[in-house]
Design a protein around this ligand. Sequence first.
Ligand code: BQZ
Length: 680
Amino acid sequence: SKGGMMGIETKFKFKSKAASLLVGVSMLAMSSTASGLETLPEDKSMSGMKIELVGRDDLWTYKSCDNYNESPLTKSYVDAGKLPPVNERMPKEPWMAKTDQMVDGIGEYGGTFRHVIGGRPEGFNWLAGQSQGWGGINIQLMESLTRLGPLWQIKPDEANPLPNLAKDWEWSSDRKSLTMNLIEGARWSDGDIFDTEDIDFWWNDNVQDANVASRLPKDALGAGTTLEILGPYSFKFNFDEPKGNAVLAQLAYMGGAPGPSHVMKPLHPAHNSDATYESYANGMPASVLPIVTLGAYVPVVHKVDELMVMKRNPYYWKVDEECNQLPYYNETIYKLTSWDDRTTQALAGTGDFSNMENPGNYVEALKQNKDPNSPVKSVFGTRLIAWDLMMNLSSDFGVSSDYERELRQLFRNVEFRKAISHAMDRDTMGQSVARGPFFHPHAGGFVAGSPFHNFEDSIYYGYNASGANSILDGLGLKDSDGNGIRNLPNGGADLVIDILHSSTRSTDIKLADAAVSMFEAIGIKPVLKPSDNTDAFTDNGNWSMFIAREHWVVATKNIGDRLPTTTQNPAWHRDNGGDLLPFEETLVEKAKGILATNDLSEVASLARDIQRVRTENVYTVGLIQAPAALLINKRIKNNHPGAPVYMYEWAEDGVMRERLYTPKADQLDEFLPGVLAEYK
Ligand code: BQZ
């Protein structure tokens, strides 16, 4: 209502005066460094970690055994005639974990592993992009062709994507085709054989069908890429130009995860005239269990907003070197609460795992480390978690008014983006999230802990509010109606800008709150737009600015998420066909170079170019970056020291959960003892 607006205006004006006074003071300290192209100052890493790197073949291999051992739980089902003997449930050459890299050796069967997550299962159709709630549940269910997480432990010059469902592959000499060989005889959790029928369905009816919101976008491997099935366990990608190992990174989690075609084909419009793409996408509802998976565990109970219980997959295709079928735990549960609660429960010992990524918990975690009886020990890694402010660079996508259309043109002006960067007081932002040495300013793009990051490549438009104000004056954005808010040129509307942010992540909320006074100090009125589903806005384009966690660690990974290599990415420039800014064209060329090479040193050099181009042009406004700490309960064995919360993939993939176990004496009772998933 008008009255309400007036109230906000008055309060708003007062605050902006106070804010500008504040800025004035800290400005003096800054002006001496306000020069041309500054680069990001070096950080002092908090990580005391020394990681012993190994070769790419030192973690696992593929090898058959004469006889396999199994858990008492699956054995009870064999004895009851409900399962075939374990020797008939294993592939020809199972994936075999090497004991040398299992710090606590061969494990013991039994017990439960307790995850706590903040997400919620949308459904089980991951081929159509549905998430099961993040926090490790997706990674546990979606086994992919290649695997990235464990690369944190691999020597950099061998750190090409690791084999998983694809046990090996070969490039043609002209690198225009890639032949991949699947593990032979692995089975879905209902006993159905996993083979190239599943690959065909994944690629042709999901990835290449633009009506399906697959995680690997259509043409992400290059337009014109086709799949040729060579036999039940081998297939070939044919490319229209030479490609490199970055293609293999796109075939890891999430984009490279096939689905059970014997279950899903009948739901797909291409194979069922009664089906629609809508009914297909929602064809595996989170309420219908058990589902069919290749993962280590099968969901059997889902209590909405409360709990997901998953039991070991009797057909899991992995073993240890003593031919014991993995995993060791009979069960894993996911408590469905909040991300902050995940860390709270890990610190309290009622949860077994947390990526401590909410710096608001860090001080408590450090205090608790001093307690020898603490259930976990927090070991901080390098700075791998970062937050950015993104601006919607799409000229048309999601625009619903002339004002918004004009706003988008402003966002597409690099001078405006520089002004917003100069307006961000990153020290104040960091301290508003957590007091202490955790934060360092972020320039966007690669985080400081990335093996691809060099500080001299990160062009940094640091805090300089007066510099910001003079840029905005220069852009003709004057306060033409004297209400304390700048106006669009020629007496246009007040500059009132919505800022989307997560309503369920305390760090995002604090950053958005801290940004308000910084926008007011440069005469822009921010309107915070908290949401528990920000993906919905970035998917329909109905947003202007967006503060969110956005961190890039590995150049060959998520290229499609972070560079405009398809018309639908990145999230802050969707529908970008014919709409790319000049520097984005350069980013596309660099990205193609990364996808086309097999030379890791060339990837590193292209990554440096990308970092310079995207920070100099403020592709996103980097805000702050922080280390994270992986919290795993001390009762969990084979938790390799030094595993980062996130590097090539999240820790849930990096720690290799299929090797984790708890000795009998410390095992926790299962929620559903004696139970396995049973299919009708
Ligand atoms: C880690 C991760 C495992 C997604 C998600 C969540 C989604 C994003 C991101 C992280 C959660 C945890 O991150 O925060 O620590 O366990 O799940 O998948 O933020 O909203 O869309 O990209 O990975």
